[in-house]
Ligand binder design. Structure first.
Ligand SMILES: Nc1ncnc2c1ncn2[C@@H]1O[C@H](COP(=O)(O)OP(=O)(O)OP(=O)(O)O)[C@@H](O)[C@H]1O
Ligand SMILES: CC(C)(CO)[C@@H](O)C(=O)[O-]
Ligand code: BAL
Length: 344
């Protein structure tokens, strides 16, 4: 039975009743309107912890003025049922007042903020969504303080967010392990997203082009081409033929630092980062690897062969409007594997 909490005090009391010895708490932060992407995070948290907490909070701090805060889908009853079936122990669904985050940052929310480095927030989505990642970092810090989990789970679909939260946890010495989880897709490849609900039928059909375009670039990479301009061009050319799609950006960046790359092969591992230096013999990491059938995937001939963590390497990322709906997607390009769920 999933317990349901709307106050910080009641959630904390519940967590205190969980036996401390061998207690492992996994937190899955969400904005609700749960789908199979969220469920994959919950499933992973279930496997790795003995208590799973899911937070459901549509966070005003991370919405800009004119964005979709008011119309963002809110499906709490259904979310509760899904959490129940997925074996979630506690759902935390506070009001904005309870969490102390009533207003958007741009409207002077009056809250102490966590500001990620501008180098990471000034690129990709940060260019058009000013203040968004400060809003995310601030609320995630609050959730981590409230729940104090051992592990927190985030999707690779929001790759910039994942990189920024990894950096935040490291820089602020927050005692939690950030776990990145692969993007879950519809059978035609579209990344699951709560905002897909905004698409009408023609838009939904065309939205699948985002992933198809990324796959074109992945195919080029499989031939050993890591050059930024060529990878970006193949994505842009593919999308240019889709009238309902307006591209905001297509960029190749380092998946951890988010800095622009001229080539996939410039995404060198950070030797000080244990996430990036796990050996290829690590069975868990190796099992995530999907062969690229490329000479580059030969670990012996490849200087990046020790990069096995699923969100290291280069990230080829897209943001685009499909009609009026803004969608994002990305793939990881890494000589050893693509960290992607394949379309079913
Ligand atoms: N398709 C997906 N696969 C894996 N994880 C996902 C997927 N979609 C969302 N997530 C992850 O779920 C967590 C909660 O995301 P959120 O509630 O914003 O859902 P969303 O579908 O990303 O919504 P939005 O439409 O706002 O982008 C985030 O860590 C996000 O990366
Ligand atoms: C991490 C998060 C729950 C913070 O509000 C949100 O940005 C999301 O759903 O990705
Ligand atoms: N999953 C990211 C939430 C947002 O776009 O606000």
């Amino acid at each position: 039975m999933s317990q349901f909490f709307t106050t910080i005090a009641s959630l904390r009391s519940f967590l205190k009743t969980c036996p401390n010895k061998d207690r492992r708490v996994g937190l899955v932060p969400t904005m609700g309107a749960l789908h199979r992407g969220h469920l994959s995070l919950i499933e992973r948290a279930r496997q790795e912890n003995n208590y799973v907490v899911v937070s459901i909070f549509v966070n005003p701090l991370q919405f800009g003025v004119g964005e979709d805060l008011d119309k963002y889908p809110r499906t709490l009853d259904r979310d509760q049922q899904l959490c129940q079936s997925a074996g979630v122990d506690a759902i935390f669904a506070p009001s904005a007042q309870e969490i102390g985050a009533q207003a958007q940052l741009a409207l002077r929310s009056g809250i102490t903020q966590v500001l990620p480095p501008p180098e990471m927030t000034g690129v990709l989505c940060g260019r058009s969504r000013q203040g968004h990642f400060a809003g995310v970092a601030t609320i995630v810090t609050k959730l981590l303080q409230i729940v104090q989990p051992d592990r927190a789970y985030f999707g690779q679909k929001d790759g910039q967010q994942l990189a920024i939260l990894r950096k935040m946890v490291k820089d602020l010495n927050i005692p939690v392990e950030v776990i990145g989880c692969p993007t879950v897709r519809e059978p035609d490849g579209l990344a699951l997203s709560s905002r897909n609900q905004y698409l009408d039928t023609p838009q939904r059909e065309m939205a699948t082009a985002l992933y198809q375009a990324l796959r074109q670039a992945a195919a080029l990479f499989q031939q050993g081409i890591g050059d930024r301009d060529r990878l970006v061009a193949v994505v842009r050319n593919f999308l240019a033929t889709r009238p309902l799609i307006a591209v905001e950006y297509v960029e190749l960046v380092d998946a951890l630092s988010l800095q622009p790359l001229d080539s996939v092969f410039d995404a060198l591992p950070d030797a000080s980062d244990p996430n990036c230096t796990a050996q290829a013999s690590n069975p868990e990491a190796s099992s995530n690897a999907s062969s690229l059938n490329s000479p580059l995937s030969n670990p012996l001939s490849n200087p990046l062969s020790n990069i096995v963590h699923e969100d290291c390497g280069a990230m080829l990322a897209i943001a685009a409007r499909v009609g009026t709906t803004r969608l994002i997607d990305n793939i990881l390009l890494n000589p050893l594997f693509l960290s992607e769920s394949k379309p079913e």
